[in-house]
Design a binder for this molecule. Structure first.
Ligand SMILES: Nc1nc2c(c(=O)[nH]1)N[C@H]1C(S)=C(S)[C@@H](COP(=O)(O)O)O[C@H]1N2
Ligand SMILES: [Mo]
Length: 462
């Protein structure tokens, strides 16, 4: 679904589920008419499956199955009522009393009225339950009421030189509303911070439990960091840069005192998702791995992990950035696996050196002689980028102008101002890491540990 629909995967999945449900329900109706009670049994079987799915979900309560039971009961009752009316109409039709006031017409209208009414009720109840979900509304209100403390260690202000004045370039800081979202949660978990806590378990000398109030009372730090997804294609937009407010994970781990031999932290989300992160990365003094509560000055948005998530500069999200995090289990790579590892993704996921052309966009036409800014972003979080080079057609690689570097943990804007010459040109970009690595031209797909290759666009000057 992800490779077909990208971030539209959830919508596509819901549409597909709806289509399948409508088809199954239609089949059940036909079956019940010919062969009662088999149609009702199809509903009952679907209900058992749904009930299993609901109750085996991580964090589900005893009453969570109630809507499913009520829904299936309603479905069976409606099926029976509608079929009763359908039969009356069919019986009336067999008796020839013609005319608009005849028994046939009355029975027909009754069947149609019941059908339309039950369909409308289903839409209203279903829609209202989603829009008006009490738990979601309550969670939104709780989030709005949260006041985050000032950081004990604020991030230095972003220098104006971190942003280049180029139309169409990706802003240095990604606004929360534009930040890409990737997760396996069909419904965003609604968590009241009052009920939330983080536990550190596993191979530790001392298990630690941290409540929301305890977390906010700690000296929090602010760090700018670029987060990216392993599924990002070359030139893709599953990447964003934000100012994170949180508490260093290394300090939490120091309280728990991991035992010798442990080499992985399996972070667990309330929705069952897990990520396996190397313990040494989380303990490293030079890596600002955070248990984050704030994003760009606000509490984490619900879709980005409210009330708390992990952010680890230099690692792809799937092995580090657990949202709605509730547990850090200290363990070993030989004993545990994160969610995506048995699904064909590497156990370790350092972010790769990459660069992207934001402007001009592929396929545009510019005027010969125009000064065209070729610009975009380049990144290798935690290593940093020291140069970006651009190649136009067969010309040599030219050094682009770089925006000021804010920290090695964030992406860097770049621009090359090029005077358009007549013809079609392929423009390519490559970055050079702060460690001297030159971005590889080898094209690899996202699986199993991140795409590589140069991003290119083709434009025409006439
Ligand atoms: N609970 C949970 N956390 C998760 C995921 C998830 O599916 N569930 N996906 C991870 C992946 S693959 C990425 S790339 C990042 C994306 O974070 P964002 O949605 O805030 O951009 O979250 C990570 N944290
Ligand atoms: Mo991801």
């Amino acid at each position: 679904m992800v490779s077909l629909f990208g971030t539209g995967d959830k919508v596509a999945l819901f549409v597909l589920m709806s289509v399948v449900l409508v088809a199954v329900a239609a089949g059940a109706g036909v079956l019940e008419r010919r062969n009662p009670p088999y149609g009702a049994l199809v509903f009952a079987a679907g209900g058992v499956l749904a009930l299993l799915a609901v109750t085996t979900r991580s964090g589900s309560g005893t009453l969570d199955g109630a809507p499913t039971v009520a829904g299936i009961a309603a479905a069976v009752v409606v099926l029976r009522l509608l079929l009763q009316r359908l039969r009356r109409w069919e019986d009336a039709r067999a008796v020839p009393t013609a005319g608009p006031g005849g028994a046939g017409a009355v029975a027909r209208r009754s069947f149609i009225r019941w059908t339309v009414t039950s369909a409308a009720l289903a839409v209203v109840v279903g829609g209202a339950s989603r829009i008006g979900s009490a738990s979601l509304q309550a969670a939104a209100a709780v989030r709005r009421a949260v006041r985050l403390p000032q950081p004990a260690t604020p991030a230095p202000p972003v220098p104006s030189g971190a942003s280049l004045d180029v139309e169409g370039i990706t802003p240095y800081v990604t606004p929360n509303a534009d930040f890409y979202r990737i997760d396996t949660a069909l419904r965003v978990p609604a968590i009241d911070p009052a009920d939330w806590s983080l536990t550190i378990t596993g191979e530790v000398d001392e298990e630690v439990e941290l409540t929301w109030d305890e977390l906010l009372a700690l000296p929090l730090e602010e760090h700018m960091a670029t987060l990216s997804c392993v599924s990002n294609e070359v030139g893709g937009d599953l990447i964003g840069n934000a100012l994170w407010l949180g508490y260093p994970i290394r300090s939490l781990l120091a309280r728990a005192r991991p035992r010798a031999g442990a080499d992985m932290v399996l972070s667990r989300s309330i929705d069952g998702f897990t990520a396996g992160t190397p313990l040494d990365v989380l303990q490293d003094e030079g890596t600002d791995a955070l248990l984050a509560v704030g994003m760009n000055g606000d509490p984490l948005p619900a879709e980005h992990g409210f009330p708390a998530r992990l952010v680890v500069p230099g690692l792809f999200g799937y092995v580090s950035a657990t949202k709605w995090v509730t547990e850090l289990e200290v363990t070993r790579f030989s004993r545990a696996q994160g969610y995506w590892t048995p699904r064909g993704w590497s156990e370790r996921g350092p972010v790769k050196l990459e660069s992207r052309i934001d402007t001009p966009v592929d396929g545009v036409t510019v005027a010969v002689g125009d000064r065209v800014p070729i610009a975009g972003v380049a990144w290798q979080p935690h290593t940093g980028v020291k140069a970006v080079q651009v190649k136009v057609g067969d010309a040599d690689w030219q050094d682009a102008e770089l925006a000021d570097s804010v920290s090695a943990d964030t992406w860097r804007q770049w621009v090359l101002r090029w005077t358009a010459t007549k013809g079609r040109h392929e423009i390519q970009v490559r970055a050079v890491g702060a460690d001297g690595e030159v971005q590889t031209s080898v094209q690899r797909p996202p699986a199993p540990n991140g795409a590589t290759g140069w991003h290119g666009v083709t434009i025409t000057a006439s």
